[in-house]
Design a protein around this ligand. Structure first.
Ligand code: FAD
Length: 407
């Protein structure tokens, strides 16, 4: 771990960005300490501002979308240059963060995209990875079978392998960002913030503890709660859906399911929509479904997995990972995606308040982008020009019906 003064720390966070310590420090309140809010607060603090971060359940709690063990970080996004570049940028920011703190939060175990040879999305990904300069390897069908005999891919399947990508330790990573934020002078409060009403300039918000929090500007990074906080504006633009995750126990002494024998994998074949993790930190083999589940309330709904999903998961594992066909389920999680109509993030200013912003709509792929989202949001809020405004993140670009996105 590197020990630094606040000034040195800010310099190291800002190094490599076009941002500098602001000559006119302002006060900002960030509501929501998930991955988007934590990184936004972190970047605002590094730019020299006074920042308070608040969360009603605590950073990356069991109800938050950023909770749980692990999240994939990968750069392949088909032909999408915006997210390919953001993921690549975030990979380097996560890596710097781990170096500075000495924490093992990024496991570069590699990400394997398994697809049919003529899969268009995979072909577009190869072209974009080349353009952006992301390292990857093309793996032939015979090489795939040789390297990963524990995977029964579809006949003829090939793969793209990203060796620098892998898994982020989700809950621990967000909590570490908040700890560093506090260590370097940020203020964190465990409190629920009431929705603001009115228009024009917002002077303060009120917490459930009746504390009034005044700030020059406010960022609401409330994830799946954004629609509850701003029902008129976002109630029909953020769609939380139930997502289930299962961990299968590894047979005793079997090392085929731990890295580097098995990387993070995404099945882009007939069973597209399934993905999983090797046995990281001995939690077991993690399997998840990327199909959007039913609508979900993040405050009140049960987080027990359903028998239907267990059955579906078992069938899939028996087909693709036959050595785990009879493995016991050793853990499970129910989380929620907070989808926008098209899967693009929503990071914009509130149309009625000149100093209120929101950042959310991670749509099942937001975690990896936390550092770049924080950088982008901090730039918008402080009026910086870089990184440039991305029209796809605007509220205006979002519809009121949820479609399947390809992220
Ligand atoms: C099962 C699952 C798997 C996923 N897999 C991946 C993956 O592999 N890779 C990837 O990149 N992404 C993945 N994602 C998506 C990613 O995790 C989310 O997009 C991201 O975590 C969203 O972060 P957030 O900060 O917007 O929301 P959250 O983490 O939900 O944070 C919002 C916070 O706001 C707080 N809050 C809300 N209202 C208030 C209030 N009024 N006052 C105070 N606090 C409030 C909440 O308590 C919460 O902590 C996955 C998501 C799920 C559920």
């Amino acid at each position: 771990m590197v020990t630094m003064s606040r000034r040195e720390w800010a310099g190291s966070v800002l190094a490599g960005t076009l941002a500098a310590v602001s000559p006119k420090p302002q006060t900002y309140a960030v509501v929501g300490a998930g991955v988007f809010g934590a990184w936004t607060a972190y970047h605002l603090l590094a730019a020299g501002h006074k920042v308070i971060l608040l969360d009603e359940y605590g950073p990356a709690s069991s109800r938050a979308s950023s909770g749980g063990e692990t999240r994939i970080i990968r750069c392949a996004y088909g032909p999408d240059e915006v997210y390919t570049r953001m993921a690549h940028r975030s990979l380097s920011l996560w890596s710097n963060f781990c170096e500075q703190t000495g924490l093992d939060l990024l496991h570069r175990v590699g990400v394997l995209w398994i697809a049919t040879p003529n899969n268009e999305y995979a072909q577009q990904s190869r072209e974009m990875l080349r353009k952006v300069g992301v390292q990857f390897e093309d793996i032939s069908a015979s090489e795939l079978a040789r390297r990963y005999p524990q995977i029964q891919s579809e006949s003829g399947a090939v793969a793209i392998y990203e060796p620098e990508s892998g898994a982020l330790m989700a809950r621990r990573a967000v909590q570490a960002v908040v700890e560093q934020f506090v260590k370097h002078g940020g203020v964190y409060r465990h409190a629920a913030v009431k929705a603001p009403h009115g228009k024009g300039k917002l002077r303060s918000v009120l917490t459930n503890q009746r504390e009034s929090i005044a700030a020059d500007a406010f960022v609401f990074a409330c994830g799946p709660w954004l629609g509850k906080v701003f029902p008129d504006l976002l109630g029909n633009r953020i769609f939380p859906t139930r997502q289930e995750v299962l961990f299968f126990g590894i047979p005793p002494g079997d090392r085929r399911f731990e890295p580097p024998q098995l990387p993070v994998w995404i099945d882009f074949g007939d069973n597209r929509g399934m993905y999983g993790f090797p046995d990281i930190e001995t939690r077991g083999f993690k399997l998840a479904f990327d199909h959007h589940g039913p609508a979900f309330d993040p405050d009140s709904e049960s987080r027990l997995v359903t028998p239907d999903k267990i059955k579906e998961a078992r069938e899939y594992v028996a087909e693709r990972f036959p050595a785990l066909a009879d493995a016991p389920i050793v853990d499970s999680r129910v989380c929620q995606y907070e989808n926008t109509s098209n899967g693009d993030f929503v990071i914009d200013r509130h149309p009625e308040f000149e100093n209120v912003w929101f950042a959310g709509g991670g749509s099942g792929h937001g975690f990896k982008h936390g550092p770049a989202v924080g950088e982008y949001t901090a730039a918008r809020v402080t009026g910086r020009a870089d990184p440039a405004v991305e029209p796809r993140f605007s509220l205006a670009s979002k519809g009121t019906e949820q479609h399947r996105s390809v992220y």
